[in-house]
Design a protein around this ligand. Sequence first.
Ligand SMILES: [Zn+2]
Length: 374
Amino acid sequence: MSLSYELLGTDGNARRGRLTTAHGTIETPAFMPVGTAGTVKAMLPQSVAETGAEIVLGNTFHLMLRPGAERVAALGGLHKFMNWPKPILTDSGGFQVMSLKELRKLDRDGVTFRSPIDGSTHRLTPERSIGIQHLLDSNITMSFDECTTWPVEEDAAAQSMRLSMQWAERGKRAFVERPGYGLFGIVQGSIFPALREESVKALTAIGFDGYAVGGLAVGEGQALMFETLDTTLPILPADRPRYLMGVGRPADIVGAVARGIDMFDCVMPTRAGRTAQAFTRRGELNLRNARHRDDPRPIDEHCGCPACANHSRAYLHHLIRAEEILGAMLLTWHNLHYYQEVMRGLRSAIEAQALGPWIAAFEAEQERGDIAEL
Ligand SMILES: [Zn+2]
């Protein structure tokens, strides 16, 4: 295998593992900050690493359009280009292309689309997507798939899933095996257990270095997402990592880890950080709210991030109201730090076989809500 995955321990269905790539190891369960256009927005690469993140995600769609995958390759690959020496996972570009709607045309072979930047015409096929991810020097390449819409009828979900399985096989043939680099397949089939099972069988017959669960967190809600994980995860190979794409809020991550997911990515902590929203042990809060205007206390006195160690809620509130860039930087840092803190807690709890009590304490604190107004 091109990527090595070591299962270090379990607690119920939850897994504590280690993934080894050509650019270093990733302790799992892991959260991957999203670095859309070759940057985790508002963060220096070394600051992202300081939060504890060991891998970031890059977007094929954005990077192929600007600055161009060939240009990144000529400049030494994405690790060097963005000065992130640790592992990188890239998505396939499928999700963004499918979201273009009027600007794209889907056929059995791939997707033709117009660039939202300059209107130029581009084409993504399974082979081209894998080729671009190779040019970017991504450690974990994702299969190119069609993202099934939501809500969807079972027949349409089946057709969409079967097309993705054909594309997965083509992608596997196009992938260049190298030590420390791997290719993940993506399980589709919406919320239909029979389709998920068919998809798992198709992917495991092809054989991938890891398996992602796709097509969730698209509006189906947490209960249906967890139900789908409950039927999908037990039939995936136990010796390969599992990645839940695009998830989510801290409570979604905790519930998915308990069910056996190893890897996550989501724009939520970074996007929220740019819109004054903070994720904390005691739930979510909005620093734009007037209640913080005169509050000298940090967001969370137990948080070790620079926003909490050095600044008051009143100052953060002021930065946001004044539209100062530092406000977005500090809140993004806090949110990424908090997400990594949750992952550290989950990993230690699984190691100690104490995940149940850890989750009970996590939920109790989230339910308490924010500290009382001064
Ligand atoms: Zn903090």
